[in-house]
Ligand binder design. Structure first.
Ligand SMILES: [Zn+2]
Length: 150
């Protein structure tokens, strides 16, 4: 869970979404859509390209970058980054069935899972020595779930 969130946060921090918008729309229209004040204008742009955007994926370079930053953020947030490796192994086992809608069409656009595993492991190795108080249990996740409104 932490690995998936860290990966997605990394896309946002690295502004991959904006870059993807720019690739689809052109820079000025993308800027207008994200930062503009003219509601009618950006609504027209949004409607006009909505479908194209829906099918535009992050590039593989974006994905690699999000994987690497994700591992870094996991450590910064106090999670054992080995969880990312575990997640990739689980994905490899799933073989993508039923996963495409859950995690942004993961196997279609993301680098090969085996490559992601190797990259994650080398990223983790480069960060060593890791802090020795990293969390890799479900306890913190369970505590967060308990705090959610029921
Ligand atoms: Zn991604």
């Amino acid at each position: 869970m932490a690995a998936v969130v860290a990966h997605e946060v990394s896309h946002v921090v690295a502004r991959h979404g904006v870059k993807r918008l720019q690739a689809v729309l052109g820079v000025s229209a993308a800027y207008e859509l994200v930062f503009g004040d003219d509601k009618n204008k950006y609504r027209d742009i949004a409607v006009g390209v909505g479908m194209k955007l829906l099918f535009a994926r992050y590039s593989r370079d974006n994905e690699r970058e999000a994987d690497n930053y994700g591992i870094y953020y996991m450590v910064k947030a106090g999670y054992n980054p080995q969880g990312a490796v575990t997640m990739f192994h689980r994905l490899a086992e799933l073989g993508g069935v039923g996963y495409n809608n859950v995690f942004e069409g993961l196997l279609a656009s993301h680098p090969e899972t085996q490559e992601r595993i190797r990259n994650a492991e080398s990223e983790i190795n480069q960060m060593k020595p890791l802090p020795n108080n990293l969390v890799d249990s479900r306890q913190r996740y369970q505590r967060m779930l308990e705090r959610l409104p029921k």
